[in-house]
Design a protein around this ligand. Sequence first.
Ligand SMILES: Cc1cc2nc3c(=O)[nH]c(=O)nc-3n(C[C@H](O)[C@H](O)[C@H](O)COP(=O)(O)O)c2cc1C
Length: 180
Amino acid sequence: MRQLKLSKAFTLIESGPVVLVTTNDGRQDNIMTISWTMVIDFTPVFAITTGEWNHSFAALRKTGECVIAIPTVDMLDKVVGIGTCSGADTDKFAKFKLTPVRGRFVTSPLIKECLANIECKVLDIIKRHNIVVLEGVAACVDAARKEKRTLHAVGDGTFIVDGRKMDRRKMMASKLPYGA
Ligand SMILES: Cc1cc2nc3c(=O)[nH]c(=O)nc-3n(C[C@H](O)[C@H](O)[C@H](O)COP(=O)(O)O)c2cc1C
């Protein structure tokens, strides 16, 4: 094995899928792209890494809520476009032709064109590491959607698309929550 630059180590375990996180600051809906995500427990609690450098962060902090929307491979250019411009000067729903849909528990919009949406409340912001801890309060999936393959960011501008699904449910039964 040859040495890998330590600064590139994260690309080996970069998790996925890439998600879109929506917010509403009381004036405007906004969207950002987030690839640094983590599932913390089954209840469900999630974490995303973000901070003040994004326009969305002020709304996230002020309102204490957001939506995690799951895009699919056919949305790659929108996902990258959303993550390379700012809601400070752009209406991203209009620019990327996405449809905001009102959720049940948060004012941040769901994205109609996405495969799934999770309404979330902010549980904690760990400033030192720019970690935002989120609790999912409602989730919905577009079961009729044909394209279900999600995107996984390597971290160097390339993406991996979901591939073959393998079933080890029996083997993992003791570790899976009821009904999984
Ligand atoms: C593929 C991709 C992944 C990204 N992942 C993250 C991330 O995990 N955390 C983060 O803070 N920004 C991430 N970004 C950058 C934000 O999406 C970007 O700064 C965006 O313009 C913020 O929008 P806003 O200023 O409207 O909030 C990512 C961008 C792209 C294209």
